[in-house]
Design a binder for this molecule. Structure first.
Ligand SMILES: [Zn+2]
Length: 623
């Protein structure tokens, strides 16, 4: 794969490098997993099937098997890389003469190829009859013969295919829907063609909406069958997949992926993006949004940001920040040392640079495990509507903006995913529910929101929430208007907006106007939080708590010491002073007791300046 590309791809080796095979031999030797063990790394995605045809690739299989054995000998679990979305026809056509039929085509019948000018990589039509059995065969070989610990599907996104087969399946999908005339203005759907449209915006075209629904359903159903197949081959198999940045704009329309629909088909989401944490263009680039969505869906997440921080000045804090963000917010900490080739096979300088950092990180996690393992405290929930995010860029932007305000103001929050077909219920620990310009909500979803508010639940509703149904069709009147005037409800037309500089490969949201004062004031008008965190906007907080203690984790994206540190006010559940410790373990400061001061009925803790990460543990917990 590297050789065919002839260049460096995704941080790997120069594909044309004359020492490629030498490196390859090094990677397959015991030296590689031994190094991983030495660095404290315990799991990897490893090559198995790149999409070039199994007859050809099976020549490499004896080496792959030996590599997996070596990994197991050093306590490293290996997941088999299985290419999902590329047919390398130059090799594969020799094995499968009918491969033409497996390729996805655009509306003019031209084969779709992989982005970035890879003309030699056809994208697949997932509805081609031969495609799924072929993947199942590979999964079985990896798990049963290769002794892999799991599977990693790469490039899970599926672009639209306009072949006759997909067009017929789409019409079948449309024919199964009630009232075509009421919905589409068409007496029959027999002559409908797959829509030619791309981009996001406000998606109100009913046929285009169904094209997205149809594609997402087919993709999700296929992944679910593959998941069940993998588990049938090996019950303990871990199924991971690169489902693209799960928070990317228009990921449903462009790639046929909706994270909520995929949660029961993957044990691990690989959420690949350009979201290397840090300050860029005045934006706090982060992966917190991806991690929070995955957490709300109950799926582990490896938020891969392709940041190979290297060893340049400033690289240390960037490298550490990525690890810390994962540990604090709940992602899987990731390192690429063994997959970063060098003419010395692996750079001695790189190891020298990273080894002490990884050691310190592992030690910090080991010592701070209790504080990291407590459940996330998320009294504020943000409604995350499947249909609104799929069909409305305005809704997507409103969600990004509201989160930016909550993150910069250190309000502990979580997402509440909801879809039109499943009953909506606010969790018992939700103290305030935000519905921010979610434009596509069903009658049942609105009924649930009304019941929540009528039972005393605190609710903030903004923008056009409630004005349209789940298919973005305008209602005659907004039922949520009946909540106006209740003391536990704020409803307003203005939407909180932060400047969104990009929402694709990298999500960049700049500081909201006035720091998002209006939303913060609305929150304050309904709710008195038991914890208040005062820190610079470029420090994000994650609060975790259980019956024993509350842990406030502070991550500094500015990567330079926070001038005056931070200040935390606790409404503790006893009148006795809480026992408080503060640590900055990545800076060599172990947990040390700090006296909490009584101020106006609350306990106040001052956190001294820190560069990357500080954690405050207080027992007993919040009131
Ligand atoms: Zn097709």
């Amino acid at each position: 794969m590297y050789r065919r590309a002839g260049k460096r791809v995704t941080g790997g080796i120069e594909g044309g490098a004359l020492w490629l095979e030498d490196w390859h031999h090094w990677f397959d030797s015991e030296a590689c997993p031994r190094l991983m063990e030495d660095l404290g790394l315990n799991m990897l995605h490893s090559r198995f099937y790149k999409g070039m045809g199994w007859q050809f690739e099976s020549r490499d299989f004896p080496h792959v098997k030996r590599f997996v054995e070596n990994c197991h000998r050093h306590g490293v679990r290996a997941l088999a890389y299985v290419q999902f979305s590329t047919l390398y026809y130059e090799t594969m056509l020799a094995e499968i003469p009918g491969l033409d039929d497996w390729a996805a085509v655009d509306e003019r019948g031209r084969k779709r190829t992989y982005h970035g000018g890879a003309y030699y990589r056809w994208l697949p039509c997932i509805n081609a009859p031969g495609f799924e059995p072929y993947l199942k065969k590979l999964i079985r070989i990896a798990l049963e013969e290769g002794d892999f610990d799991g599977i990693m599907f790469d490039n899970c996104g599926v672009p639209p295919c306009h072949c006759d087969r997909c067009a017929a399946l789409f019409r079948e999908h449309l024919a199964g829907l009630p009232d075509p005339e009421g919905r589409f203005g068409l007496p029959t759907v027999d002559h409908v063609l797959p829509p030619v449209r791309s981009g996001y915006g406000e998606i109100q075209d009913p046929i285009y909406q169904e094209w997205i629904r149809f594609r997402c359903q087919r993709v999700a159903a296929l992944y679910h069958r593959l998941y069940r197949h993998a588990k049938a081959c090996k019950r303990s198999a871990i199924v991971s997949g690169n489902v693209a940045n799960v928070r990317r704009a228009n990921v449903a329309g462009a790639a046929g992926l909706i994270a909520a629909d995929l949660a029961d088909s993957f044990d691990v989401f690989v959420s690949q993006s350009g979201n290397a944490p840090g300050l860029t263009d005045g934006c706090v680039v982060n992966r917190v949004r991806e991690i929070k969505l995955s957490q709300a869906l109950g799926t582990d997440v490896l938020a891969l940001c392709d940041s190979d921080a290297g060893i340049s000045p400033g690289a240390e804090s960037a490298y550490v920040l990525t690890l810390v963000e994962d540990a604090v917010f709940g992602g899987i900490p990731t390192d690429r040392t063994v997959i970063k080739p060098s003419p010395e096979m692996v750079s001695a300088r790189l190891i020298e640079f990273r080894k002490p950092l990884l050691r310190r990180f592992n030690e910090a996690v080991r010592r701070g495990r209790a504080g990291l393992e407590r459940p996330t405290y998320a009294p504020v929930r943000l409604l995350y509507s499947r249909e609104s995010e799929a069909f409305s860029e305005q809704s997507h932007d409103a969600t990004l903006s509201a989160e930016e305000i909550l993150l910069r103001n250190h309000v502990p929050y979580g997402l509440l995913p909801t879809d039109a077909a499943t009953p909506l219920e606010a969790p018992a620990d939700c103290e305030v529910l935000l519905v921010c310009d979610q434009r596509c909500l069903s009658d049942a979803q609105l009924d649930a929101l009304m019941r929540y508010a009528q039972d005393g639940g605190r609710l903030i509703i903004t923008g056009q929430s409630g004005e349209h149904d789940e298919s973005y069709r305008q209602r005659r009147a907004n039922p949520l208007a009946r909540l106006d005037g209740r003391p536990n409800v704020v409803r307003r037309a203005e939407v909180d907006a932060a400047p969104i500089k990009s929402a694709g490969w990298t999500i960049k949201v700049a500081a909201p106007k006035d720091g998002g004062r209006r939303l913060i004031d609305d929150l304050a008008s309904l709710w008195s939080p038991p914890i208040r965190i005062d820190a610079p906007a470029t420090v994000f907080a994650e609060v975790k708590r259980d019956e024993q203690a509350v842990s406030v984790h502070l991550v500094n994206y500015a990567q330079e010491p926070v001038g005056k540190g931070a200040r935390i006010e606790l409404d503790a559940d006893t009148d006795a002073a809480p026992r408080v410790t503060v640590a900055a373990p990545m800076e060599g400061r172990d947990a040390a007791p700090v006296a909490a001061q009584r101020v106006g009925g609350r306990w106040v803790v001052e956190v001294p300046p820190f560069a990357v990460y500080a954690v405050v543990d207080a027992a007993p917990t919040l009131r």
